[in-house]
Design a protein around this ligand. Structure first.
Ligand SMILES: *[C@@H]1O[C@H](CO)[C@@H](O)[C@H](O)[C@H]1NC(C)=O
Ligand SMILES: *[C@@H]1O[C@H](CO)[C@@H](O)[C@H](O)[C@H]1NC(C)=O
Ligand SMILES: *[C@@H]1O[C@H](CO)[C@@H](O)[C@H](O)[C@H]1NC(C)=O
Ligand SMILES: *[C@@H]1O[C@H](CO)[C@@H](O)[C@H](O)[C@H]1NC(C)=O
Ligand SMILES: *[C@@H]1O[C@H](CO)[C@@H](O)[C@H](O)[C@H]1NC(C)=O
Ligand SMILES: *[C@@H]1O[C@H](CO)[C@@H](O)[C@H](O)[C@H]1NC(C)=O
Ligand SMILES: *[C@@H]1O[C@H](CO)[C@@H](O)[C@H](O)[C@H]1NC(C)=O
Ligand SMILES: *[C@@H]1O[C@H](CO)[C@@H](O)[C@H](O)[C@H]1NC(C)=O
Length: 413
């Protein structure tokens, strides 16, 4: 049969072409290996999938992909779901593709006769469960509540209403680049009021929504943070310190971890590590270790803070890591570098420390920095600015600080 004959010829040609290509690749790889063996400065080229770009021998992937070759999917597909907005009101919601770690807004908007006209009626998150991007349940906005009306309810709200207020605030701040100074103040104030409710860390729905809100506020435009909202960001960071004694929450711009102190604890180390399991996928892993001899030398840690405990009365410790310094608007220090600064806070309750040691490992080349280029500072709430009192600094492969008290610390450069 002629068609079978042609099929065979085609298969033959295809096999031949594939074989030739494979051989060519092998030879090329051998040549490259030989070359890199002799001239060590040449970085081998890399093959990147899905639009990744090869830089210095490693793939830099677009947001939608991760992994060493950009081969791992990093988004949840567009989705539809049916929710009941209220009794006998059922609505189908549709969402576009959502990047892992982010919330997507529903295409359905609040009706024209509502307070939040044109705001998305719901958000949902895409997160990674094991290796697979997975969609969370949608969170529904009450179209007749805005930030001001939520703020007016929050002080008197009981626990049944708190989590509705928290999730509505989260939705209303889910487009950070539209937030004004005024919006940030109101939302931060709602967050403070909720975090001050008794036993709030046991209400995981409310406390996660509040931390998601705080994380979103840290994505707002830098220009919207100034001395008009300094008093509310001040009370927010103070409240976060207290909340950190009982909470454990990880959000893109905020990480909180707490632990009880055992009577035998002499040191306690908090570290935030870049999670490299998925190549260039940026996420943070938190760890608390007790009775360690000192800071670790592990260069993949972003921040470490070590408490030397001298007196322990069944206390607790809490840590907060802010991925940028927008809540800490300084009048004294004008940043000379474009890199965003991490702030780490350590708090101890029911115990005393003889001071803290901190090591920052910034994400950029530190060998170009001079020792005088960095300052170890803490946020002094009495002057509402950074201060270096009681802190000393050092530098090796890390930027190191040692301070005789605990509060919010940063390295400035
Ligand atoms: C929602 O979608 C389902 C099927 O996808 C359809 O049967 C139903 O009528 C839709 N409901 C509304 C309110 O549009
Ligand atoms: C809401 O969106 C519609 C259509 O995009 C637009 O005509 C209207 O002016 C918007 N309303 C407000 C209050 O922004
Ligand atoms: C809180 O409860 C009151 C009364 O039950 C209700 O009117 C209000 O809409 C609730 N707030 C939110 C944000 O759901
Ligand atoms: C924030 O910045 C974006 C992009 O520069 C701009 O479009 C937006 O209007 C700004 N938002 C505010 C509240 O100024
Ligand atoms: C943010 O503030 C502006 C005025 O500064 C206001 O028009 C807008 O509705 C506020 N946004 C939210 C989500 O409350
Ligand atoms: C908070 O939790 C503690 C212990 O679980 C409990 O004894 C206390 O009554 C709670 N307080 C409130 C206001 O719920
Ligand atoms: C960092 O900068 C130094 C001096 O400019 C340079 O020699 C070194 O290769 C750089 N390191 C990296 C990892 O880029
Ligand atoms: C920390 O050191 C500073 C400067 O040496 C000193 O003034 C301050 O009292 C010390 N604070 C504590 C809590 O020891």
């Amino acid at each position: 049969m002629p068609s079978l004959h042609w099929d065979r010829t085609l298969v033959g040609i295809t096999c031949f072409v594939v074989t030739v290509v494979l051989w060519a690749l092998c030879i090329w790889q051998l040549v490259l290996r030989f070359k890199t063996d002799t001239t060590e400065s040449i970085v081998p080229p890399c093959f990147c999938l899905n639009g990744g770009i090869c830089q210095d021998g490693a793939c830099v992937c677009p947001e939608e992909w991760v992994g060493s070759l950009c081969e791992i999917v990093n988004f949840c597909e567009a989705s539809t779901c049916t929710v009941s907005i209220s009794e006998n009101f059922i609505k189908n919601l549709t969402f576009d593709r959502i990047i892992v770690g982010k919330y997507g807004n529903s295409k359905q908007k609040c009706e024209p006769d509502t307070v939040n006209v044109n705001a998305s009626i719901a958000i949902r998150m895409c997160s990674r469960e094991r290796r697979n991007p997975t969609l969370g349940p949608p969170i529904i906005l009450n179209c007749n509540e805005n930030l001001d009306s939520l703020a007016s309810q929050v002080e008197t709200a009981d626990s049944s209403n708190v989590s509705a207020i928290a999730s509505n605030t989260q939705i209303l701040t889910s487009m950070p680049d539209q937030l004004t100074t005024q919006n940030i103040s109101v939302a931060a104030n709602i967050a403070v009021q909720i975090l001050k409710k008794p036993n709030i860390s046991e209400d995981s729905q409310a406390s996660v929504a509040v931390m998601a809100t705080v994380s979103q506020l840290l994505d707002a435009n830098e220009t919207e943070f100034n001395h008009n909202n300094l008093h509310v960001t001040t009370s927010l960071t103070k409240t976060m310190e207290e909340f950190s004694l009982s909470g454990n929450i990880l959000q893109p711009n905020i990480a909180i971890q707490s632990a009880p102190l055992k009577l035998s604890s002499s040191t306690i180390l908090f570290s935030a590590q870049r999670d490299t399991a998925l190549g260039y996928y940026q996420s943070t892993k938190l760890e608390i270790q007790e009775n360690v001899p000192g800071l670790t030398g592990d260069l993949s840690t972003e921040v470490q803070i070590l408490f030397n405990i001298i007196n322990n009365n069944n206390g607790r410790v809490g840590f907060v890591l802010y991925q940028n310094d927008k809540f800490f608007q300084s009048r004294i220090y004008q940043s000379r570098s474009i890199f965003s600064k991490q702030i780490v806070s350590g708090n101890i309750d029911g115990g005393r420390t003889s001071g803290v040691e901190i090591a920052f490992s910034p994400k950029y080349n530190t060998s170009e920095l001079q020792l005088r280029d960095h300052a170890c500072v803490f946020w002094d709430y009495t002057i509402n600015d950074w201060s270096t009192a009681g802190c000393s600094k050092g530098r090796d492969q890390f930027l190191r600080c040692r301070c005789n008290h605990t509060t919010n610390f940063a390295v400035l450069m």
